[in-house]
Write a protein that binds this ligand. Structure first.
Ligand SMILES: *Cc1c(COP(=O)(O)O)cnc(C)c1O
Length: 419
């Protein structure tokens, strides 16, 4: 027996069951739109055969073997930055070829063969293509600045960006396995790969040693995992030895763009210096391939805690269903969605910027509709380097010293006492 919460009537067991079944049917109804489209959103898991076919093509074009493919150094040496090669992989009309050539005179591009196979599987102009292949919009668009976060003004010591009281970033390299077309640090990418010198890293370490309130150090770039194993072993060891550094984090897109980088040797190094958190950047379910899943499994086995920082990108993932499927695919491979970043006004990337309303609509379609684990925090980076600012759909409609008016995920409006 239970009391009907609306009219206080005493209910029979049959009536309770009847109401529960009605509610369950209503709940299922809430996601019929997603259930209708989810299979039409390609995931890397579902497109395995197509990706494998492009891999075979690439191996033949590059004269490589399976062993080469599994070797991240080979992948790095064979990064694709020739439009002729790209045109052998996918159909490209002459105008598209000329456009890519034109943009590449101003902005560098390079795509690991592994990621190129995923790009090809997603098709010309698809969600992975847009992230990797130059588009004319990069040079025709003059909005935005090169350093909207004023990173140059939050740089208290060589190699360091400090924007928060208890944590900071060490910038260790400008190198990446693939140069994202939406890169926020495009000004650092330049034309040549450059790791930070030992002298700069020593200076950064000295700053951390001298500032005992720093308990969280984030190693990033570029891509932190493009450092050699030897340098990573040394740098993580030095940080591990600093008593006030409680956690170390690595920012890397290699699980997405170069999963071959996650070798047994690397994992053995990471395992020595717990706790290590890695945040990566999957932006579309197509990127969640069996290879990416295997790389994440190796990291988890080494005791690393995995998170994802997606960027909200027009044409890539500015769709509630795509974002939901991405987060579902990530949870399957033990990557916890952490942030969705609103795209910043970085020169040459404005064609990716969505409205904040689109971001809010996505968040509104996640909370309640799916596992809380699949709901990241939507973040706008405050201009001027004043920090990540969460932006949330309004769940508190009114707020007084006496009461709140709540809006639930299904838009029920419910008053609640303030204490
Ligand atoms: C993003 C960022 C961090 C980490 O922020 P969390 O919200 O703790 O993940 C730290 N320092 C800088 C400069 C950053 O940009």
């Amino acid at each position: 027996m239970a009391i009907d919460h609306i009219n206080g009537a005493v209910l029979t067991a049959e009536e309770e069951r009847r109401q529960s079944l009605k509610r369950a049917a209503e709940l299922r109804e809430r996601i019929t739109d997603y259930l209708a489209v989810k299979d039409s959103i390609p995931s890397g898991r579902e497109l395995t055969a197509r990706i494998a076919a492009h891999k075979a093509e690439l191996l033949s074009l590059l004269g490589g073997t399976e062993e080469n493919w599994a070797d991240w150094r080979w992948q790095m040496r064979h990064r694709i930055n020739s439009v002729e090669l790209l045109a052998k992989l996918v159909p490209l009309d002459p105008q598209a070829v000329r456009d890519i050539e034109r943009v590449s005179r101003q902005y560098r591009w390079a795509i690991s063969p592994y990621y190129a196979a995923v790009v090809a599987a997603g098709g010309v102009g698809g969600p992975v293509w847009l992230q990797a292949v130059p588009s004319l919009a990069e040079i025709t668009d003059s909005r935005g600045s090169f350093d909207p976060m004023a990173e140059r003004l939050t740089n208290p010591a060589p190699g360091i960006t400090r924007r928060y009281p208890d944590r900071l970033i060490i910038n260790v390299t400008n190198q990446c396995a693939m140069y994202c077309r939406h890169c926020q640090r495009r000004r650092n990418i330049g034309e040549v790969d450059r790791h930070q010198s030992r002298r700069v890293l020593e200076a950064a370490l000295n700053y951390i040693r001298a500032n005992p309130e720093i308990r969280d150090v984030l190693i990033t770039g570029g891509d932190a995992l493009l450092l050699s194993n030897r340098t990573l072993d040394w740098l993580l060891g030095e940080l591990h030895a600093i008593e006030h550094v409680e956690i170390k984090r690595l920012g890397t897109r290699t699980p997405v763009t170069l999963p071959q980088r996650i070798t047994a040797e690397l994992c053995a190094i990471l395992e020595k210096y717990p706790p290590i958190y890695i945040n990566t950047q999957f932006n579309h379910p197509l990127e969640v391939t069996p290879e990416a899943a295997a790389a994440c499994a190796r990291l988890v086995k080494a005791g690393v805690v995995l998170g994802n920082q997606a960027v909200l990108l027009k044409g890539v993932n500015n769709d509630p269903h795509v974002m939901k499927k991405l987060n579902h695919e990530l949870l399957r491979i033990r990557v916890r969605p952490y942030y969705i970043f609103h795209a910043k006004a970085v020169r040459g990337t404005s064609h990716f910027i969505t409205t904040v309303d689109e971001g809010l609509a996505i968040m509104d379609k996640l909370r309640g509709y799916t596992s809380g684990l699949a709901v990241p925090t939507y973040i706008i980076n405050a201009p001027g380097g004043f920090g990540k600012t969460p932006v949330t759909p309004a769940y508190v409609l009114e707020h007084t010293p006496e009461k709140l008016i709540l809006r639930t995920w299904e838009n029920r409006v419910i008053p609640y006492p303030n204490g």
